[in-house]
Design a protein around this ligand. Structure first.
Ligand code: CMC
Length: 427
């Protein structure tokens, strides 16, 4: 038996089977069980994929024990502090950070591609007012595949990259249109003179004709500090290896479906409150708690095994330590406290929850730490972003991750239809 194999012994029959161990460049090795059924006549069983690697990938690395996250080898702290979201997008797509010329070209192209076909706008217009922006966003992205149906030639690398840049450029516009539609107010077209992140805030905030409200003090309509904060939020969400929505995107793409249809499925998967929808739920929960004096009662509810109440923004499948993205946001929150007038009541409640949970045996023994969503809501509220837009903001940040992962799958030897098996327990 070689050191590079894992031996499985079936105690019912006494038979032994060897499986290859594949080493990662970082993180745990894996046992290659792709021949398991063929050799043993049995399937493996892993509900929720807690022990299953579904693919190999060069894009993002997470060390959940240490609380470490890297895109293309660079730490999230370094990227959030020293690079813009567009640089991060370029790096995820191309494997390296852009030089000044490359960044300029990328930026200009995204600005030019940010407009939507008028017929797509009409489609968004036909949704009922008060529809949740996530519903409109996922439908809008699926519909985008009917306007750009040429991107099915997965062999054509340049065409694929163009398909990726197009969706990254258009998603903020679809998201902003979805928001304005949900309020029943006129849509605002992108402004080509504004950067990616500033333009998104502009499309949310402007009045018809592109006019912006000025503050009493006459300060600029969109402050640099707001652009920087939102840009950092986009960077922190850009990719997160094989999470539920990315796995959904890969699964749908594995059938050969249109890339934008796969991204639309990822948006739907992200919507749930166990995943990206948690950021909206955190603020709803803080508001429901209402007063610092009520925090203890809700902590007890979260610990009660007979109550399905969970503390939103706590816990993570992979991080068994502080979520590194949450750490970056916590320090951003401290920097913004005075400048952006963060809602002090919500922050007081959040701080109290954090204080109690970090010392409580229930949370310690289950490794339940605050995650990214615990902090993003307070910052987004300070950016005057309405709660239903929190998850669409996660979508904007994550689109580059989804499309990069999709292209990686298409270009890899592992490109085959995802088709798990089951343990049948019916009649
Ligand atoms: N509040 C109270 N108890 C919790 C929580 C929580 N937020 N999260 C997990 N637990 C308990 C859970 O009840 C279980 O206890 P026991 O062993 O006694 O049955 C134990 O911790 C393990 O929980 P699990 O559900 O088996 O863990 P999971 O890895 O399947 O779920 C999670 C991970 C993120 C879905 C879960 O922690 C959760 O629901 N958190 C709240 C929602 C949330 O904040 N989601 C955002 C995740 S970060 C953004 C992203 O990347 O998507």
């Amino acid at each position: 038996m070689s050191k590079n194999t894992f031996t499985f012994i079936n105690n019912r029959t006494g038979k032994k089977y060897d499986f290859d161990i594949l080493d990662a460049t970082r993180g745990p090795s894996v046992v290659d069980i792709s021949t398991f059924y063929k050799k043993t006549g049995m399937f493996t069983f892993d509900v929720g994929f807690t022990s299953t690697a579904s693919c190999s990938s060069e894009i993002t690395f997470i060390d959940g024990e240490k609380g470490e996250l890297r895109y293309r080898g660079l730490t999230i702290e370094e990227l959030a502090q020293n690079h813009s979201y567009l640089e991060v997008c370029y790096m995820l797509l191309n494997g390296k950070l852009p030089n000044a010329d490359e960044l300029l070209g990328f930026d200009l192209e995204l600005r030019h591609r940010s407009f939507l076909d008028e017929d797509l706008k009409k489609l968004i217009d036909s949704f009922p007012d008060r529809a949740h922006p996530m519903a409109i966003l996922s439908s809008g992205v699926s519909a985008l595949s009917s306007f750009h149906f040429e991107h099915l030639d997965i062999e054509d690398k340049e065409e694929n990259q163009e398909m990726a840049r197009r969706i990254i450029a258009k998603i903020p516009t679809i998201a902003a249109f979805s928001f304005r539609k949900s309020l029943g107010i006129p849509m605002i077209y992108p402004d080509i003179d504004r950067s990616f992140t500033e333009n998104f805030l502009y499309m949310l905030r402007a009045y018809p004709g592109g006019k912006m409200k000025r503050t009493k003090e006459g300060s600029r309509e969109i402050r640099d500090i707001e652009i920087k904060a939102l840009d950092t939020i986009f960077t922190l969400h850009a990719d997160h290896e094989q999470n539920a929505s990315t796995t959904t995107v890969r699964n749908v793409a594995s059938t050969g479906a249109h890339p934008y249809a796969a991204i639309s499925s990822g948006i739907s998967a992200l919507w749930g409150r166990a995943h990206g929808g948690a950021n909206e739920s955190v603020i709803a929960q803080l508001e429901m708690i209402g007063e610092v004096k009520n925090v203890d009662k809700f902590i007890e509810k979260a610990k009660d095994p007979n109550d399905n109440f969970r503390l939103m923004g706590f816990g993570h499948r992979v991080y068994k330590n502080f979520d590194p993205r949450a750490k970056v946001l916590k320090s951003l929150q401290d920097q913004l406290k005075d400048e952006l007038n963060l809602d002090s009541k919500l922050m007081e409640i959040a701080t109290k929850i954090e204080e109690i949970a970090l010392k409580d045996e229930y949370f310690i023994s289950r490794n339940l730490y605050p995650n990214i969503d615990f902090y993003s809501g307070v910052i987004l509220t300070a950016l005057r972003i309405d709660r239903p837009m929190f998850t669409p903001i996660f979508v904007i940040g994550r689109t580059v991750g989804w499309i990069t992962q999709l292209m990686e799958l298409q270009g890899s030897k592992e490109f085959k239809i995802a088709r798990p098996r089951q343990l049948y327990i019916g009649k």
